[in-house]
Ligand binder design. Structure first.
Ligand SMILES: [Zn+2]
Length: 195
């Protein structure tokens, strides 16, 4: 199963830097940003060394969701009670990361940390578990060490924040923010979703 293993290591998320623009030309589902080629989709990295293009392939397969499955998405709206999530992909045991667009939400009642700060913010990339499939979308949860925020941009300068001790830190602004982060924040490991 060497191939399957390899495939899964090449799964990328939106915002991942996948090459430098000097090495590769942006192909499908990618863009150039400050000299880097960045992924715009959830899918498999594909580097074509003949044409020197790099793309992200998004297998669009029909799959049916069930509770317990892991999804990836972005926080798009938040109020005191719920965080709305634009789901962009689901992890399927057989297929790996599959693009899947759906609306979801996370109940916020128990999502406030010390100082009453919410544990997520608009724009955060998250990994969540489907708790329930409701009429109005997916009920998601982020309890568990592999669940929560995977990538955060500083709310001031929009640069990615790094995990430092128990908080997230912006080197540029020298400020911290609090999130409920997944254990692999900063070094996202999609394979581990199998567990
Ligand atoms: Zn900053």
């Amino acid at each position: 199963m060497q191939n399957t293993q390899k495939e899964k290591e090449n799964l990328v998320l939106p915002g991942d830097v996948i090459a430098t623009a000097e090495e590769y030309v942006p192909g499908k589902n990618t863009m150039e940003n400050n000299g880097d080629v960045v992924s715009l989709a959830y899918g498999q990295l594909w580097k074509d060394d003949q044409s020197l293009t790099v793309s992200v392939l998004t297998p669009k397969r029909k799959i049916s969701l069930h509770s317990g499955q892991i999804v990836y998405g972005q926080i798009v709206k938040m109020d005191q009670r719920r965080a709305s999530v634009k789901v962009g992909a689901v992890f399927d045991r057989q297929l790996g990361l599959v693009e899947y667009v759906a609306d979801g939400s996370i109940g916020m009642s128990s999502q406030y940390g010390k100082n009453n700060e919410p544990s997520m913010h608009i724009g955060d990339l998250i990994r969540a578990k489907i708790l329930r499939i409701g009429d109005r979308g997916l009920d998601l949860g982020i309890f568990g060490k592999n669940l929560g925020v995977l990538r955060t941009l500083c709310t001031k300068c929009r640069l990615p924040m790094v995990k430092k001790n128990a908080a997230l830190y912006c080197d540029n602004c020298e400020r911290t923010e609090i999130r409920k982060v997944a254990e692999d924040y900063g070094n996202i490991n999609i394979k581990e979703d199998m567990a």
